[in-house]
Ligand binder design. Sequence first.
Ligand code: MN
Length: 193
Amino acid sequence: MNAHQPDEPNRHLAAALRARRKALGWSLDRAAAETGVSKAMLGQIERGESSPTVATLWKIAGGFHASLSSLLAAPPDGDAVPLLRRAQDLRSRPAGEGMLVAALFPFEARTGFEIFELTLLPGYERCSEAHEPGVCEYVLVVRGTLEVLVEDVWTPLGEGEAMRFAADRPHGYRNRATLPVVFHDVIHYPARA
Ligand code: MN
């Protein structure tokens, strides 16, 4: 949908996944057991041969106790200079689904959060499994109408409306309107002991 290098996210993902697995000393079998993603699929992703869905990416992140953005993009180099980011240069469309993902500010351990710009095309719905205990999401609608599922209730959010919710339980997002909805999602991870 937007101009981007189609192989770019996959290459980072392939290297990031392999590096993290090696650092933990996990075999592909162990990684499959921890993430619930098949060994064959993990192998394909590590070789840059497969473009996983957002749901699969989240399973991998959860199993590896990693933020989603650390799988998608390299973290910025410190904060000595202002960091200018353009969503239009960063958007990717994992697995060709109806969701565009731009990791505006990838996760940094010192701040504990990552900021995405997410675009849901009309009709797209995604229910998310619980993230790690203590994870909190802040959803801020830029354009369009988003519905957020929290505690089994879908709540509509319009332009300029925002919601914070505990994301360590099932939740979801959908777009039932006729135009794309664009929103920012700030995901905060608790400090690790
Ligand atoms: Mn979530």
